[in-house]
Structures are given as structure tokens and as C-alpha cells.
Design a protein around this ligand. Structure first.
Ligand code: GLU
Ligand code: ZN
Length: 311
């Protein structure tokens, strides 16, 4: 036996889609769901769904089941059980405790305002103060700065040194665990081998790779898809009220999402069941043919149909 396959092997692929339930599924998150689904299935992999409801003030009641029903309506069926981050708080506390015992975490009392006044990047002010108490944020001592990594679609990604070296927050002053911590713990515990998601997370990925190293676990492979933006630099997210996609009539948005990713579906496919559209897409799928950009401008016309402006 030789070990020529530098990947984890064709059968070991585990991917995921990890929406935040701050609103219904919109076009940008459909693109991320579809891209990760196709990449997983093209590798005969598993495709898991995880509800990222860690940031409780942003969670909208019912948005989780709304998102899951929408995925089903689009034919994007997942493997196994859905997990909710809100049910895993003891696990996040355990990993935090472990990092603390290893001396990799410290308490910080700096306010956002103070950090901003010092230039916006945290320079380790509280690192050696041994602060104890309730109302502290917890920061990770950055001992594994990652200055660059290879993205499967975007190529080499370089990170500014100050950003790479920053001791970032893993538990907020308000007691909530930070996304940067929980995403890594979840990807690790779920055995995720491939992360396919929107390019808004291109830079934070370096921290995630560093945290995997700090926890002694191999990082997944990352691939960042272009972000759908409404106008230059403007994320088409739930926060700025991007319209929910149509659940009753999913074919048009599904074809739009495929075009967005770089496919050229026959317009007649719009009359086919979503399962057939997905099978067609899988038969065509090649990573090299995906649209490679960090952002693509889209707009919705009066009927809510998405227009892709940058072709
Ligand atoms: N929950 C994040 C979002 O909805 C995605 C996180 C991830 O895919 O790692 O933007
Ligand atoms: Zn501090």
C-alpha cells in the first residue's frame, strides 16, 4: 500500500453547513449551503448541518426550523442529526478549562473603547496581569500565529502580522463563548475534514487553523466561495434584511445559486424537480470550474429574482 493520497482519502470526507439562525435563509446562505453540499457529494462525503445559535442576542426564535425546512425544500438533505451549539455549552466550558490549565488563556478587562483608542488591535495589555474574577473576557495567548494558508479555491491567503498575532477573545465579558472558539470545537468534535463557506470568513480562518494546532488536532481543508454582495463591500446578510428565498417555488433561486457558483444550467431545468437539478449540478461539478472571486454583486428585482451583475 502506498499513501499517495495527501487528502484524508475519498471516503473520509465530512463537510458541513453551519447557519446562524438570525433570520431565514437568504440567497447568500443558499450559495454556501449549495456549494458545501455539492463539494461533499462530489467527494462521496457526508454533509452535516449545525445550527450556530451561540450568539444568543442575535438568534431569532423559529429561524432554525425555518432554515431547516427551506434546506429540505431545496433538496439539500443532510446526513445524521442536526446539532445546536446552545446544547453544547458544557463542552465549550471544558475546552476553555483545558486551555486555562495549560496556561493558554488569560482574563482581560480592556473595553472595546480602550482597544480602539490604542489602534484597534489588542496588544496583550492584560497578558501578565493574572486578573481573576467574573466580569472579564477570556483571551487566547496566541502561540501559533498563522500568517498564511492555502484555500482550495482562492489560493494562498496572507494575514497581516498584527491580526495573526492578536490574542483574540474566546469567551466574552457577557459570558458568551466566542464564535472563534466554538466553531473549532464543533468542527473538531464532528470530525469535519472540509469546510466550504462564504469568503467573509477567509481571514478568521487563520485563527481557526491556529486553534486546531493549539488543541493538537489537524485542521480541515478550507474552501471559501464568493460572497454575494448587494453593492461593493455590502454583505447581503440577514442583518441588512436580505429577502428570504422562496420555499414554495425553489427552482428559480436554485438555478440562480448555481449560476452564481459558475454553472451554466439550461433555463429549462427550472421546470424539473429540485432533486433532478441537484443531480445535474453534481454531474457537472468540478472545483476548477467554480467562480473564483471574493465578492460577486447581485441584486433582486421587484419579483425577488436575483440578478447576478458580475459575469
Ligand atoms: N455561522 C456562520 C454564518 O452563518 C458560518 C460559520 C462557518 O461556516 O464556519 O455566517
Ligand atoms: Zn486587556
Amino acid at each position: 500500500m502506498t499513501h499517495l493520497d495527501g487528502d484524508h482519502g475519498a471516503t473520509a470526507y465530512v463537510g458541513r453547513f453551519a447557519p446562524s439562525p438570525s433570520g431565514p435563509l437568504h440567497f447568500g446562505s443558499l450559495v454556501a449551503a449549495l456549494g458545501s453540499y455539492l463539494d461533499a457529494h462530489a467527494h462521496q462525503g457526508q454533509w452535516l448541518v449545525r445550527i450556530e445559535d451561540i450568539d444568543t442576542p442575535r438568534v431569532r426564535p423559529g429561524a432554525d426550523s425555518d432554515i431547516l425546512h427551506t434546506l429540505e425544500a431545496y433538496g439539500l438533505h443532510w446526513h445524521g442529526e442536526v446539532i445546536w451549539q446552545s446544547q453544547r455549552l458544557p463542552r465549550y466550558a471544558q475546552v476553555t478549562q483545558q486551555l486555562m490549565e495549560q496556561g493558554q488563556v488569560y482574563g482581560c478587562q480592556c473595553t472595546r473603547k480602550e482597544i480602539k483608542a490604542l489602534g484597534g488591535v489588542y496588544k496583550g495589555h492584560c497578558r501578565n496581569l493574572q486578573l481573576r474574577g467574573e466580569h472579564l473576557a477570556l483571551r487566547l495567548k496566541q502561540q501559533q500565529p498563522v500568517y498564511h494558508y492555502l484555500d482550495a479555491l482562492q489560493g494562498r491567503v496572507d494575514i497581516a502580522a498584527l491580526e495573526a498575532e492578536e490574542d483574540y477573545i474566546i469567551k466574552r465579558r457577557d459570558g458568551l463563548f466566542a464564535y472563534q472558539l466554538v466553531v473549532v470545537v464543533d468542527d473538531m468534535d464532528q470530525g469535519i475534514t472540509h469546510v466550504v463557506r462564504g469568503a467573509d470568513l477567509l481571514i478568521p480562518t487563520a485563527r481557526q487553523i491556529g486553534l486546531f494546532q493549539q488543541l493538537g488536532y489537524p485542521a480541515p481543508q478550507y474552501m471559501h466561495l464568493p460572497l454575494a454582495v448587494a453593492s461593493p463591500g455590502f454583505k447581503l446578510s440577514k442583518q441588512n434584511y436580505a429577502p428570504a428565498i422562496d420555499r414554495q417555488n425553489p427552482q428559480p433561486a436554485l438555478l440562480d445559486a448555481l449560476r452564481f457558483l459558475g454553472f451554466a444550467p439550461d433555463p429549462e431545468l427550472v421546470t424539473y424537480p429540485v432533486a433532478d437539478i441537484l443531480s445535474w449540478a453534481l454531474s457537472q461539478y468540478q472545483r476548477q470550474s467554480l467562480r473564483r472571486a471574493l465578492e460577486v454583486q447581485v441584486s433582486a428585482d421587484a419579483n425577488g429574482k436575483t440578478q447576478i451583475q458580475q459575469l
